[in-house]
Design a protein. Structure first.
Length: 367
């Protein structure tokens, strides 16, 4: 039976190639053909190249398109000059914990002239943080061919699209959760005269002055929050809640500055989808930035935290990048789609101090 089936497959493969004029399609096409006739459930007839090649195209789409659907995708890069630095040491290797190391710049005065260097060396300041990797998956199983025929849209493609969007949102949510965890008091900024959320009033909305003050604090902080360097210019990234973004757009000073903005290097991803720029700050907005309504002395003032970020503000590592699978059931009458990834994420914190993050806490218009 197996020899007959292999012979039939060989014949069909070359017949289809001749009809389509695709003689050079090669192994990827062979794998697709094998996969579509693989048998699931009961006693399987297995063919070596089938399963992987069957979903190769979709898996490729997932890896390339899922990050673009993530709000945080534009801020992730493998270089140190990234807001979220990606580490790849565990990809395809055993282990579920990644350790990140950071070295701080030297601050000593050095020695002059013929002074002895020995005994006056400056110790290297090295800090470490770690992250545990976890797997997250989800799947959709279609009921059968008749269900698909009754629908006016492509249920298979819709299922794939929804799964890809689900995974992108799950990774986004994880990053938001980690980046807003337990901000250090020294890295939290309030409007003038306010030192805590319960001191906010309805008038304490975001202003360009407060943004300027945060830049000054970031530059003078110890350790300093280093900006991202783009086309010879330094930039910080600020992600504001949607209501805070509304408030800043009502600010006349901000509004005037946007008419005159001329950005070098704005093809960099961190500028994609920006709300605007202000003196070295690229402003983005998103509804998932943490917000609450319990501010003020009476606990009735809506407020939100805006994330103010420099380079290496967060660290993410993949054990398995976003990947996709298909599986047939009931002799090919039904099909399921699965998506998943293995990753770990953390805000960069060294010696109990947020490395590249400030939080700006202000009142907000509750739209």
């Amino acid at each position: 039976m197996r020899h007959w089936l292999r012979g039939w497959m060989w014949h069909q493969r070359h017949t289809i190639r001749r009809v389509l004029g695709m003689v050079a399609l090669g192994p990827a096409f062979d794998g697709w053909l094998v996969a579509r006739i693989s048998i699931a459930g009961g006693t399987d007839t297995e063919f070596g190249t089938g399963a992987a090649e069957a979903v190769k195209l979709w898996a490729t789409e997932v890896w390339h398109e899922a990050p673009s659907e993530m709000m945080w995708g534009k801020f992730i890069g493998r270089e140190k000059n990234s807001v979220i630095q990606e580490k790849t040491e565990l990809e395809g290797k055993p282990g579920d914990e990644l350790t990140f190391s950071l070295t701080r710049k030297l601050t000593g005065e050095g020695v002059q002239d013929d002074e002895d260097m020995e005994g006056q060396e400056e110790p290297a300041a090295v800090y470490s943080d770690s992250v545990i990797l976890h797997q997250l998956r989800n799947a959709v199983r279609l009921k059968g061919r008749m269900t698909e025929r009754r629908l006016a849209f492509n249920l298979r493609q819709e299922s794939k699209d929804h799964l890809r969007g689900w995974l992108a949102e799950a990774i986004d949510d994880d990053i938001y959760s980690k980046m807003t965890t337990s901000p250090a008091a020294s890295r939290t900024v309030y409007p003038a005269g306010v030192t805590a959320v319960n001191g906010l009033t309805g008038a304490n909305v975001i202003t360009t002055t407060l943004m300027d003050q945060t830049v000054a604090k970031a530059k003078k902080a110890e350790p300093k929050v280093h900006p991202v360097r783009i086309a010879g210019r330094d930039w910080y990234v600020m992600i504001a809640h949607t209501d805070v973004a509304y408030d800043i757009e009502q600010n006349a000073t901000w509004h005037a500055a946007q008419r005159d903005a001329n950005i070098r290097g704005d093809e960099n991803p961190i500028f994609t989808g920006r709300l605007g720029v202000w003196r070295g700050i690229v402003l983005h907005e998103h509804e998932k930035v943490p917000a609450a309504t319990n501010g003020g002395a009476a606990g009735d003032i809506p407020w939100a935290s805006s994330l103010f970020l420099g380079r290496q503000a967060g660290l993410i590592g993949y054990g398995m990048r976003p990947e996709a699978w298909e599986k047939e059931f009931d002799y090919g009458a039904r099909i399921g789609f699965c998506i998943g990834a293995i990753w770990g994420m953390t805000k960069a914190v060294f010696q109990q101090v947020d490395h590249g993050t400030f939080e700006i806490r202000t009142a907000r218009t509750n739209n």
